[in-house]
Design a protein around this ligand. Structure first.
Ligand code: NAD
Length: 352
């Protein structure tokens, strides 16, 4: 049975937003990003044993709500997540999420957690883990187009995991760049605010695109991408929502999480269904080649896959005993006699 944090099986530890912030601050953000990346490595290297399915998406004009389930046979996990690019205009987040881990043997939930912050952490850790395998050697400089909620997490993961210490930032909203730079002050990254995407990508070893727009946008055109660059494309993660010009894809070696999902949601929705791509887990296990020369353009076409949330939830669960950052939720009905559920309801009236 899965390791439990609470003693009573009916009590489920719940990690609130406040708990998550305290965990991150207590452990340290870069340590957390490295920790999640280590859990990701373990799970990507046992990729084949997981239940895998493209996420279940419910689309509307304004956004999407998705369920992302997976299981390794012992532990089951799922995330509820939305993506609503127009939300920020109303003071709301583009992406919010929560998730659950359960014990496969009993089906009982073992942890419920906020995942808005955790998604930003796991997305950044996944990006940096992929880049570790694909980026040019001795990469130091990253361009980051889109400086919203995900951006600082991305920057710090690339610093902690890939050694990036120079950042060139661009956002159509200059205030987003200012806020991002202010938040990253003191973390040991040299930052330059750029006036266009074109200027931001000049001299960069890695280009991260992390914009939000519910359309097929062209954040990067072909002429902006020089040979040898690694592209970490985060924001194209829905049907009809991409960031890169198709010609860039045709010049790149493309790496993805789970092809059946990425072909629907990623940059490669612009290509034929049988266009060759490489699964990241295969590179990590030595089953496929990553970057093969310094001139190659490598592209991580990230859409976010359920196993990444599973790894992040496992990491957080393993921090609970030490940090005590959770509350027990009375979430599972637990009559003394399992079949006397109704009797338990009646006895609650007597107890009043
Ligand atoms: P956000 O709304 O907080 O930030 C997006 C930023 O992009 C904003 O500051 C906006 O001004 C900027 N922007 C929009 N169009 C631009 C353009 N043409 N050029 C430059 N900047 C532009 O959103 P967020 O939470 O940071 O998420 C960013 C994107 O990442 C979203 O599309 C989201 O769906 C995606 N995402 C992907 C994953 C994944 O696993 N791949 C995970 C989380 C979020």
């Amino acid at each position: 049975m899965t390791k439990k944090v609470a003693n009573d099986l009916n009590l489920v530890p719940f990690v609130s937003v406040d708990n998550m912030m305290k965990i991150v601050l207590e452990i340290g953000i870069e340590e957390v990003l490295i920790g999640i990346a280590n859990y990701l490595e373990v799970d990507f290297k046992r990729w084949e044993l997981f239940d895998k399915t493209p996420r279940v998406a419910s689309h509307s004009n304004e956004g999407v709500i998705e369920l992302m389930p997976t299981s390794d046979g012992q532990v089951y996990g799922f995330k509820y997540v939305n993506g609503h690019p127009k939300n920020t205009k109303d003071g709301l987040q583009t992406v919010t999420a929560f998730g659950v881990l359960s014990d496969v043997e009993t089906g009982y939930p073992v942890m419920l957690s906020e995942m808005t912050i955790l998604t930003a952490l796991r997305t950044a850790a996944t990006s940096a883990m992929a880049a570790k395998y694909l980026m040019p050697k001795k990469s130091k400089m990253m361009a980051m187009i889109g400086n919203g909620a995900q951006s600082e997490f991305q920057a710090l993961a690339f610093k902690a995991i890939c050694g990036i210490d120079e950042l060139r930032l661009y956002d159509i909203d200059g205030e987003a760049t200012d806020r991002c730079m202010k938040n990253l002050t003191g973390f040991g990254i040299n930052m330059v605010k750029c006036s266009s995407e074109q200027i931001a990508v000049e001299g960069a070893d890695i280009i991260t695109t992390v914009t939000a727009d519910k359309q097929c946008a062209t954040i990067l055109t072909d002429n902006m991408v020089g040979s040898g660059v690694h592209i970490n494309a985060i924001g194209g993660d829905c049907p009809g929502k991409t960031e890169l010009h198709r010609d860039i894809l045709l010049r790149s070696e493309i790496f993805v999480e789970y092809p059946p999902q990425t072909r629907i949601e990623g940059e490669i929705q612009q290509l034929d269904d049988d266009y060759p791509v490489t699964e990241l887990w295969q590179v990590m296990t030595g089953k496929a080649e990553g970057r093969t020369n310094e001139k190659q353009i490598t592209l991580f076409d990230s859409v976010g896959f359920a196993i990444e949330d599973f790894s992040a939830l496992r990491y957080i669960r393993d921090q609970l005993e030490k940090t005590k950052q959770f509350q027990n939720l009375d979430m599972v009905a637990d009559p003394d006699e399992p079949r006397d559920l109704f009797g338990m309801v009646l006895r609650a009236k007597e107890a009043k």
